[in-house]
Ligand binder design. Structure first.
Ligand SMILES: [Fe+2]
Length: 313
């Protein structure tokens, strides 16, 4: 096991474990442009497992208090080990029979179309690294705790899974519409706007969504479900604005990722969420996503290319 004093004097990428931003295995995969990878389970160090154990133990009481019932049921169905990082093949063994979803290990950033298209095919690109055990709180990038403990339990729910697949289909529709646009500048403008709209929708629902329940608001967004501090803040803090989900607002609303969210949207159910995704696609077809408000999030070259080069099967 490495100690913090050793790692502070060593070149960071010589570490042999699977710590976020420090793993030579992941850097090697990225260098060879390998997006889909295996989960080399033996590379997890005891410190990596310790990070999982600490994260899981401190989230449990918060999930009981703030998470929606579908998530709690999902955590139970996946039989996650509170003490060890899960093997994705075990997760898939429990997950696939429920909704057809499967996790798929990735080395890092997944361009927008590729990510959304995986959802359409009931695959969830899953990070396999884990944050440092001595820095549990803030991590701008996803790790296996966010992806497997925050997202995957939601994928055990049939209605939620259908909404996610439907969202993936929207990306397909966007790529088809873009392919029919002649001028490259007009096409780029269109895609930038649509990708931004979809990313905002995803953020305000799948990542940070709240659901109305009989006993108040509950959390279903994975960004909240994997954050010890923010899950309580999202429900309790008087300064957080919580509004019924309004599509026209969400797709035009920028967001920042480096602080607690000041604005959250509430859905009534996953059927409601599904109907919102339907509406998103209808608006896309009607041209209503072609000029959404500029601002965050940025749309990068890779995201654009992924839509331009989409294989529309
Ligand atoms: Fe996420």
């Amino acid at each position: 096991m490495k100690s913090s004093s050793v790692s502070s004097f060593s070149p960071r990428l010589t570490e042999a474990d699977l710590t976020t931003n420090e793993s030579s295995f992941i850097e090697q995969a990225k260098r060879s442009r390998q997006l889909y990878i295996e989960q080399p389970y033996d590379l997890y160090s005891e410190e990596n497992h310790e990070a999982w154990r600490k994260l899981y133990a401190r989230m449990l009481p918060r999930w009981d208090r703030y998470a929606n019932q579908h998530f709690l049921k999902g955590i139970h169905s996946l039989c996650l080990d509170p003490n060890r990082i899960p093997r994705l093949e075990d997760v898939n063994r429990f997950l696939k029979p429920l909704t057809g979803f499967q996790t798929k290990a990735v080395s890092g950033y997944v361009p927008a179309f590729v990510f959304f298209d995986c959802l359409r095919n009931r695959a969830f690109p899953t990070t396999i690294t884990i944050r440092r055990a001595d820095k549990l709180d803030y991590l701008p990038e996803p790790d296996i705790f966010h992806d497997v403990a925050g997202h995957v339990p939601m994928h055990t729910d049939k209605n939620f899974a259908e909404a996610l697949v439907r969202f993936g289909e929207c990306a397909h529709t966007a790529a088809e519409i873009a392919a029919g646009i002649r001028g490259p500048d007009t096409r780029t403008h269109y895609l930038t706007s649509v990708i931004r709209a979809m990313a905002r929708f995803f953020w305000f629902t799948i990542e940070f969504g709240l659901m109305r329940g009989s006993d108040g608001f509950k959390v279903y967004g994975s960004g909240l479900l994997s954050s010890y501090g923010e899950i309580a803040h999202a429900i309790e803090a008087p300064e957080v604005q919580r509004y019924p989900m309004q599509l026209e607002w969400a797709i035009n609303q920028g967001f920042e990722i480096n602080h607690y969210q000041p604005l959250l949207f509430v859905v009534d159910s996953f059927d409601h969420l599904f109907s919102l995704v339907d509406q998103l696609e209808n608006w896309m077809k009607a041209g209503k996503l072609s000029n959404v408000a500029p601002g965050e999030p940025g749309v990068n070259e890779e995201d654009l290319k992924s839509f331009l080069h989409a294989e529309l099967t």
